[in-house]
Design a protein around this ligand. Structure first.
Ligand SMILES: [Zn+2]
Length: 408
């Protein structure tokens, strides 16, 4: 193993010597190595936390490989920009395994198969999301509010392979909204059954809208991304975002990861309290996930700051999962578990540290570096701003350039 790892880095030339396939080497480089003393441990790779869950074991028992098979016909579900649990819900819907009463009746025979919303027909997936006169009011309202295009109502079919394929032709924003609408109907239907609530179509739509807005803000969609769709919902408020210099005599670290095809890259920048750049870095992390790239570039940035001897560090990134993991506010996904542990070990050497989540608009320099990293094969560390584009971004940040983002 020591042959392949040198100075806590993969020895690429050694790997090149023994492995002929470049894609395998990229995958190996994509495996992050701890830089502080962390002992090996086992984890369950099918859940985000690395802890065993019966749900993920059930997936495995039902041939988990279909999730990762690129030819799998529902792969588009995993590309919808929506909450992960909603993706699972859509997936269950496609596979016709959502526990609607009709299915439970057929399988177990002990449930009343009647639709809890209209009380008229057997509750199947088709019925609940398509044929039900009560849930149809939600669809009509969504179209009346111009929240989803009319065409959706015509093409919609939520069960089975070929019909769901129609979804793939929709723009990403409509797909996202549909995911929230279906989820909201499902949740409201559950509330009718389990909490004896009355089904309120308008409330159901409003909940879908609210979830969608919250998700868009949470996942840092830029204003431009948001308007790529075809629908014409006007936005109500703007939120103005800009990069803020750190407090006097503090150093600010901004970091960001990026993914192109299967290749991951991270970039970071250290700036002083006047906004002047002190150091920039970009690294190619091979074939990995965006989460790992974000974690690794955070670690590289912290490491660089400590090597130079900065003792008051403000850390900012636009990946909420990584930031909350570092803050200890959320469970650490197993994929970045020891990277975060490394970062915490490194931060012991810093006198003061502040960790903050920011939107992408306030992370432009790191964003640029992470994109730039795709043009280099290994890693770069620089104390001067080599590229005019980056120089402009840093100057604009110093001048307080403000970008608008869609508000709630
Ligand atoms: Zn019904």
């Amino acid at each position: 193993m020591n042959l392949y790892v040198q100075n806590q880095q993969w020895n690429v030339s050694k790997l090149d010597q023994y492995i002929s396939r470049g894609d395998i080497i990229q995958k190996i480089i994509g495996v992050p190595l701890p830089i502080t003393a962390i002992s090996d441990s086992y984890c369950w790779g099918l859940s985000a936390s690395g802890k065993f869950t019966t749900k993920s074991a059930t997936w495995l028992a039902h041939d988990h490989s279909i999730i990762e098979d690129p030819n799998w016909c529902f792969r588009w579900i995993w590309q919808i920009d929506t909450i992960p649990k909603i993706k699972v819900f859509l997936w269950q819907m496609c596979l016709n395994v959502l526990p609607v009463r009709g299915t439970l009746f057929r399988r177990l025979g002990q449930f009343d198969p009647q639709c809890p919303l209209c009380l008229n027909e057997v509750e199947t997936i088709d019925h609940l999301f398509e044929g039900c006169s009560t849930s149809n009011i939600v669809w009509s309202l969504a179209i009346k509010h111009r929240w989803i295009p009319q065409q959706v109502l015509r093409d919609r079919s939520f069960n089975g392979h070929q019909t769901f394929g129609i979804w793939e032709k929709l723009d990403s924003r409509t797909m996202q909204r549909l995911s929230f609408l279906l989820w909201s109907i499902w949740k409201a239907r559950n509330a009718v059954i389990f909490q004896n609530e009355v089904f309120n179509p308008l409330k159901c739509l409003i909940k879908a809208k609210r979830l969608s807005t919250e998700w868009s803000i949470r996942t840092c969609m830029s204003v431009d991304d948001f308007f790529q769709g075809t629908s014409s919902t006007p936005f109500k408020t703007h939120q103005f975002i800009r990069w803020q210099p750190p407090n006097p005599f503090w150093i600010k670290l901004n970091f960001d990861g990026s993914l192109q095809n299967t290749s991951t890259v991270g970039g970071f920048i250290l700036r002083d309290w006047r906004g002047a750049s002190l150091m920039t870095g970009a690294s190619n992390y091979g074939a990995s996930s965006i989460l790992v790239a974000e974690g690794r570039t955070l670690r590289d940035g912290v490491h660089a700051a400590i090597m130079v001897g900065y003792s008051r560090l403000q850390i900012e990134g636009d990946n909420l999962i990584v930031i909350e993991a570092l803050q200890g506010k959320a469970a650490i996904p197993w994929r970045i578990n020891y990277i975060i542990e490394d970062v915490r070990n490194l931060l012991i050497q810093v006198d003061q540290v502040v960790i903050k989540h920011i939107y992408r608009e306030a992370n432009m320099a790191a964003d640029w570096l992470s994109k730039y990293g795709h043009s280099i094969s290994n890693a770069m560390l620089a104390t001067d701003l080599c590229h005019p584009e980056l120089r402009n971004i840093v100057r604009d940040d110093m001048l307080g350039r403000t970008l608008a983002r869609r508000g709630a």
